[in-house]
Write a protein that binds this ligand. Structure first.
Ligand code: C5P
Length: 232
């Protein structure tokens, strides 16, 4: 039986947040932001382990108490220079430690998407568990998209027909994802590496609650959403 394993690359510096502290550790409802993604993955009955990939020089992680997640949470200090490198290093290290089989499903999730819900997670797993390729949560683009020239003037308007915003988790089998990332590291998500192999990952309809905290104002919004969920 294939297992479902989550992998959270959390070795980034989050420079766009304009903060010294890497964004996965920024405070969100009195917890480091990454806590919320780990907690949602931990509560899901399909997922047997959660790997968190940290940079080898990380000295923040140990400042918090993670014991509530027991041995289901496994920290690997093997992050790389890019997100893709961190994911690949995590996959390789997990295999070296016999924590994963080649046929297992890997759900790669950004530490900076704290508002992921069980409904979205279950939908992703249910829709892809028998898929040959795998896929990802995504939402159709809502805004009109403008392509700029170098002077920030509109060069043309892009059609938004069939355009989606990729989210995470992105779910692929271990062997396919490892092969894909070995071939192509110049990418910003895992699906792109799989696409570069000529495959077509499935887009699983999500919603905008699962947004990525990128700018300071995103943090306030995530906080409101989580507070409302905790006190409906
Ligand atoms: O910077 P960005 O928002 O694209 O990062 C997405 C995720 O990838 C974050 O969880 C971040 O910590 C992680 N990352 C990583 N290793 C890097 C860069 C980013 O694990 N070298």
């Amino acid at each position: 039986m294939s297992k479902f394993l989550a992998l959270i690359p959390a070795a980034g510096s989050g420079s766009r947040m304009g903060n010294e502290l890497p964004k996965q550790y920024l405070s969100l409802n009195s917890r480091p932001m990454i806590y919320h993604a780990i907690n949602t993955l931990y509560q899901n009955h399909w997922i047997s382990h959660i790997f968190v990939i940290l940079t080898p020089s990380d000295d923040e992680w140990v400042k918090y108490n993670w014991s509530e997640f027991s041995e289901k949470l496994i920290v690997l200090n093997c992050g790389g220079a890019t997100r893709a490198e961190s994911v690949l290093n995590g996959l390789i290290t997990a295999k070296q430690r016999s924590l994963v089989d080649t046929n297992d499903w890997i759900l790669v999730h950004d530490a900076a998407r704290p508002c992921l819900t069980q409904t979205q997670l279950d939908k992703l797993i249910n829709e892809l568990a028998n898929d040959k390729v795998g896929g990802l949560l995504a939402v159709p683009v809502a805004d009109t998209l403008k392509r700029s020239n170098t002077q920030d003037r509109i060069a043309h308007t892009e059609s938004r027909e069939n355009l989606w915003q990729a989210q995470t988790p992105q779910m692929f089998r271990y062997d396919l994802l490892t092969k894909a990332l070995h071939n192509t590291m110049n990418i910003t998500d895992d699906a792109s590496a799989v696409e570069a192999m000529g495959l077509q990952p499935k887009l699983v309809l999500s919603d905008t609650y699962n947004f990525k905290v990128t700018y300071p104002q995103d943090l306030a919004l995530a906080e409101l959403i989580i507070q409302k969920r905790n006190n409906p």
